[in-house]
Design a protein. Structure first.
Length: 752
């Protein structure tokens, strides 16, 4: 795939980076020359995206006209000018106008022939916006070798550059072609110094891409560029000439002395020290675009048109955002994708999938953006625009709805023969149908397969690199690399939970952790966790303040291992426990967790669909107490907590139990007293009538009868008995039945 963005421009300034597969629509049709040609656009009134593709027929008639053909780079050559032989052609521009009475709609295809001294290249463009009558648009053709590689004639004499509109249904052909004439002349000097286009780059500080964004306050230390001699005569070692350096409008001039010969057609890289010990130059102190320019001059150089070149950069206000990863990197249309990084804007973001389709963003935080893959997406790069910066998030591979994905390797390193799990989606449950290949071409036997997990052993001959899974002819590659160890090395195999709040415990599983207290667990963002417990295979930590979404590491004092998956910080509420988890309607239950509101009214608790309401007692951020709604039916109910618009569910359901199995005491004037006597449970009954056919049952809170006996009341009004069975500590219901019907009961608590 050809990378177009270095030369695709808008109004003379780089719009990049653009998708790496933007060239997918660019082709040459029946080319006169055999060299593939690409060009880029410059927007004046409407946007043109030019492509070299197959010629299309149009049913609508439009009157296109060519109104101008010019050499835009190198500058200084107007129509009719003389151009020294050997001058490089960098950029052409021409105007297309609408001479008709109808507006030409956006998306209309426009065909042109570009003719330079008899060498014709066919080009096809698409209107990016409507073109009204009597208006025109100007666009440029990047002719550099790194683009479509067009050039001036190599011999002296007159020549023409012509552009012809070949739109099929143009009713007026008389204005379709325009030519500009120039003259190639022999240079009076063989020396022709030029600043190589595209060679200017900031090399210190590192990490600043050409045309990229720079955080305010960053110090400029060093710039590099390339001087090339495009002439036919060389310059000897010791030759000196001035160099003008410009940063954001501030100019400095210095003298360069060649340390070696600069031969014809050769080049040399120049480094400019911008620190106080050198040129003492710095980046602009206010946000916005600026240029870094270099100009070289020599008394022997008679061609000044290529002596100066500029590279645009942008100073950003605040901290520059950065993308660290994207997950998953493949899936069907509609897949939810998370872009991880730092310093993202929390609103106003866009995510562009290839080609020019924008996903629906479902959530944005400073360190992650979730987006849905839109209809029309093709396999290609993903571009995030946030806080005024355009960032490459990686390549997303579009698959069918039945295609599989790989989201993690667990662990992501190990010895030959070690067992690992490949985690993802849409794997074949039939193990034999999943072909797993390690880097180096070695296949692994799948021991166990589920739709979301494959278990394999690292095969002999495997090398460090990504792991591929092929199912039914479709191969998916892991975004992570698997590291093959040659000696036993500490590794993280898993961790749980995968998402947790600050202060919540996370259990890290692995091998060869330190047993001497030298383990250090560092979360993304640089925060170091407090270790609760540790041994060679397990570490329990609390998520530290300052942790952000991303991979975490464990250092055992000698080795560092990285988590196999991204850990996510839960910023919303989390319920970890209900205590107790069962009881009567109207009783009190405590919710334990994280990120609760300390303001009672900001916490909303539901049992099933019934709001527990207020009061909510003792909300301190990690605990709160609430009353189970009176009248809540017997059975298990889902407990939900809403804080600040975020709703979470407890890990277990709350069970409402029926405490009184029979009728309550003193109904119909019957009464019962349960007490302790001689280490046994004594039950004394006072009846309102003579009792017959009575039975005593002891029932636990699960409704299980743990003790039962017939009572020989013999028609008495009073009766006393002792329960001989030993009952374990807990709450019980003592129930008296007559003729199978409960007549009295009492709740008792048995303690040690």
């Amino acid at each position: 795939m050809t990378n177009l963005y270095p030369w695709l421009k808008k109004n003379g300034k780089s719009k990049g980076p653009f998708p790496l597969n933007f060239a997918a629509n660019f082709k040459i049709i029946n080319p006169i020359s055999t060299t593939m040609k690409f060009f880029n656009t410059k927007l004046l009134f409407v946007v043109f995206i030019l492509t070299l593709t197959s010629f299309l027929s149009f049913s609508q008639s439009y009157d296109f006209s060519i109104t101008g053909v010019d050499i835009s780079k190198p500058t200084g050559y107007s129509v009719g000018s003389s151009i020294p032989v050997g001058t490089a052609l960098d950029e052409l521009s021409f105007d297309i106008g609408n001479n008709g009475t109808n507006t030409i709609p956006m998306g209309t295809k426009v065909d042109v022939d570009l003719d330079i001294d008899g060498s014709i290249t066919k080009l096809t463009g698409t209107l990016g916006a409507a073109l009204a009558p009597s208006t025109q648009t100007t666009f440029t053709v990047d002719c550099r070798p790194s683009a479509i590689n067009l050039s001036f004639p190599t011999t002296a004499g007159k020549f023409t550059i012509c552009v012809t509109s070949t739109y099929a249904n143009d009713p007026n052909k008389s204005n379709n072609k325009l030519c500009s004439q120039y003259t190639m002349t022999s240079s009076s000097s063989g020396v022709d110094l030029a600043v190589q286009i595209g060679s200017i780059e900031v090399t210190n500080p590192t990490g600043i891409s050409q045309g990229g964004n720079i955080a305010l306050g960053t110090a400029l230390n060093q710039i590099q560029f390339i001087i090339e001699n495009v002439g036919t005569q060389g310059l000897g070692s010791g030759s000196s000439f001035p160099i003008e350096i410009e940063v954001g409008g501030v100019k400095k001039t210095t003298t360069l002395t060649l340390s070696s010969n600069l031969l014809a057609k050769a080049s040399t890289k120049i480094t400019a020290n911008c620190m106080s010990s050198g040129l003492n130059m710095d980046f602009p102190s206010s946000p916005g675009s600026f240029d870094i320019c270099f100009r070289v001059t020599s008394s022997l150089d008679k061609n000044p048109n290529n002596n100066r070149h500029c590279q645009s950069y942008t100073m950003g206000s605040g901290t520059v955002p950065k993308v660290t990863s994207m997950s998953p990197t493949s899936g069907p249309i509609g897949t939810s994708v998370t872009i991880y990084g730092s310093n993202f804007a929390t609103s106003g973001n866009t995510v562009r999938f290839s080609p020019n389709t924008y996903g629906t963003i479902t959530s944005s935080t400073s360190n992650q953006i979730k987006v849905t893959v839109p209809t029309g997406t093709m396999t290609g790069p993903v571009e995030l625009t946030t806080a005024g910066y355009r960032l490459n998030a990686g390549i997303f591979t579009v698959s069918s709805t039945t295609s599989h994905t790989i989201t993690a390797l667990s662990p992501n390193g190990g010895l030959i023969g070690a067992e690992i799990k490949i985690i993802g989606t849409n794997f074949d449950p039939n193990a034999a149908n999943n072909i797993v290949t390690f880097f180096g071409g070695q296949n692994a036997t799948v021991k166990k397969a589920t739709p979301t997990e494959l278990t394999v052993n690292v095969p002999s001959g495997a090398m460090t690199g990504p792991v591929a899974v092929r199912i039914g002819g479709i191969t998916v590659m892991s975004a992570q690399s698997f590291t093959v160890f040659t000696t036993p090395t500490m590794v993280i195999t898993d961790f749980n939970p995968k998402k947790a709040a600050i202060g919540q415990e996370v259990t890290i599983d692995g091998d060869l952790f330190s047993t001497t207290g030298t383990n250090t667990v560092t979360f993304s963002g640089g925060a170091v966790a407090t270790i609760v417990s540790e041994n060679a295979k397990k570490i329990v930590v609390k998520v530290p303040s300052g942790a952000i979404d991303g991979y975490f590491t464990v250092n055992n004092g000698t080795t560092t291992a990285t988590s196999p998956q991204i850990f996510e910080v839960e910023n919303g509420p989390v319920i970890t426990q209900l205590t107790p988890n069962k009881g009567e309607a109207g009783s009190t239950v405590k919710l334990i967790g994280y990120n609760f509101s300390t303001t009672a009214s900001n916490n909303k608790v539901l049992f099933g669909s019934i709001d527990a309401g207020l009061p909510i007692v003792n909300p301190n951020g990690t605990e709160l107490e609430v009353t189970v709604p009176p009248g809540l039916s017997v059975g298990k109910h889902t407990v939900r907590l809403t804080v600040g618009g975020t709703t979470v569910t407890a890990p277990e359901k709350y069970e409402v139990i029926k405490i009184f199995i029979g009728v309550e005491e003193e109904v119909n004037y019957n009464s019962m007293k349960v007490s302790s006597k001689d280490g046994l449970l004594a039950v004394k009954i006072n009846a309102a009538y003579y009792l017959n056919n009575t039975r005593l049952n002891v029932i636990d809170l699960k409704g299980t009868t743990v003790y039962s006996e017939d009572l020989n009341t013999n028609g008495e009004l009073e009766y006393e008995t002792q329960i001989s069975s030993e009952l374990t500590p807990g709450i019980y219901i003592v129930s008296i039945q007559e003729n199978g019907e409960p007549i009295m009961s009492e709740k008792v608590l048995i303690t040690d």
